[in-house]
Ligand binder design. Structure first.
Ligand code: NAD
Length: 428
């Protein structure tokens, strides 16, 4: 793992830096910038929780509703001991950008509880999940703010949350939250939608340089939900997965890893650094510095930073984690000609299928896995092509092009609502 002390508090300093650049280049007004720079609403509630031993503990919690000019706020709820208001705010901003870039009719939001869920019993976890919804019930709703799972929250927790909301409101309202179990109105395909979306973006990019995936070498850092499903999809499409790692380290084989076998092992609980029959054991730092065509950070933020940026040899970086590059690393790699496919594009497949889940809940008509994947394909290809067109027009990086598009659409919605008046086509 690359050293992460640098900027580890800031989830997305790249987001703020990009916004600053766009504001200067597009002459955004102070009002436009302040709409983009700060959330519409931040809620902070200290939740009292009765523990199994009869004591009561207080857990700080947050919901940040960033922007809703394009539709209801949308974003996950994370349970983590390091959850902080500023982090939730940054993640809410990222969600607003992703929804805008992919053209789905949502704004951005995010929630969190400062708790280590591993320290709670199952009953305490359920009580906390329900308590969160009780506290925020008046702030969320199918046309207001739609939460979803995030770090350490999963379909089971989302099922409890839905149940609590419906009890409070006295109606069935599956569209209030996404990432539900299938039996409660979840969508087919959601489990691997983020990975499939990223794979489509990579495939579309490679087409622009006259390549298909055949034998293109890939190294993936992070082998959780996103990294492992991405490995499976890319392998099925003919890519050559040469290295994978989890938080303990990984394995490298220049001839290609037996992806099906390592997935079976990982999904049955084996740590990757123990899977040495697949190749040479490597550290997370070593994985990032491998000479591969495509590097995929799919674990945590800021892993490529000033300390290791000069050692990165990959030609393409597919950002599946949120904010895996620091600003300095991003600028260095851009100058160096490394093609970075940015997080707000690469990992937006999950929120697109969350949107499909909401649509299915509202219509009461449910789609097959094939239908969901075909619709996801359409949205991701469209988002890539629009970003590519913007990039070509302006001679920009993919990141800047993606930000320009996302910001432009949010400001258009603000303008159409009469909230801002743009002079001289600023922001267009
Ligand atoms: P996960 O918890 O399922 O998996 C995370 C993986 O990263 C694990 O293999 C873990 O061992 C590894 N890891 C953790 N800390 C690490 C470290 N310090 N160094 C190297 N590896 C480490 O999470 P996930 O759902 O796969 O999400 C991965 C990333 O993708 C996160 O940044 C997340 O915010 C982002 N993301 C996920 C989704 C989604 O739909 N799950 C959507 C958008 C973005």
């Amino acid at each position: 793992m690359a050293p992460m002390q640098e900027h580890s508090e800031v989830v997305c300093e790249v987001c703020r830096a990009q916004l600053g650049k766009i504001a200067r280049a597009r002459q955004l007004t102070d009002l436009e910038l302040s709409i983009l720079n700060q959330p519409k609403r931040e809620i902070n509630i200290n939740i009292p929780l009765r523990m199994d031993d009869g004591s009561v503990r207080i857990f700080p919690s947050y919901r940040v509703q960033y922007n809703d000019s394009r539709g209801p706020f949308k974003g996950g709820i994370r349970f983590h001991p390091n959850v902080k208001r500023d982090e939730v705010k940054e993640l809410a901003f990222l969600m607003a950008l992703k929804c805008s870039l992919t053209g789905i009719p949502f704004g951005g939001g995010k929630g969190g509880v400062k708790v280590d869920p591993k320290q709670l019993s199952e009953r305490e976890l359920q009580r906390l999940s329900r308590a969160y919804i009780r506290e925020y019930a008046d702030f969320i709703g199918p046309f207001k703010d739609i939460p979803a799972p995030d770090v350490n929250t999963n379909p089971k927790i989302i099922g409890w949350m839905l149940d609590e909301y419906e009890k409070i409101k006295g109606v069935k309202a599956p569209a209030v939250i996404t990432g539900k179990p299938l039996a409660l109105g979840g969508s087919e395909g959601r489990l691997y939608s983020t990975s499939l979306g990223g794979a489509i973006v990579l495939r579309e990019y490679l087409k622009t340089i006259g390549k298909n995936g055949k034998d293109v070498t890939v190294a993936i850092q992070g082998f959780g939900n996103v990294g492992s499903h991405l490995a499976k999809i890319l392998h099925d499409w003919g890519f050559k997965i040469v290295a994978v790692s989890d938080s303990h380290g990984g394995v490298y084989n220049p001839k290609g890893i037996d992806t099906k076998k390592i997935l079976d092992e990982a999904w049955s609980g084996k740590k990757l650094h123990q899977a040495v029959s697949h190749g040479k054991a490597i550290t997370n730092e070593e994985l990032l510095e491998l000479d591969v065509e495509v590097l995929v950070p799919a674990a945590v933020e800021n892993v490529i930073n000033s300390i290791n940026m000069k050692k990165i040899r990959a030609r393409v970086i597919l950002e599946m984690a949120n904010g895996p590059l620091t600003v300095e690393a991003d600028e260095h790699l851009e100058k160096n000609g490394t093609m970075v496919l940015p997080d707000i594009l690469a990992n937006s497949g999950g929120v697109v299928v969350s949107y499909f889940e909401w649509v299915q809940n509202l219509s009461g008509h449910y789609w097959s896995e094939e239908e969901v994947n075909a619709k996801l394909e359409h949205y991701m290809v469209e988002a890539f092509r629009e970003t590519e067109a913007e990039r070509k027009t302006e001679g920009d990086s993919y990141r800047r092009a993606a930000y320009v598009l996302a910001v432009k659409r949010i400001l258009q919605a603000e303008e159409d609502r009469g909230n801002v008046v743009r002079k001289n086509g600023a922001g267009k």
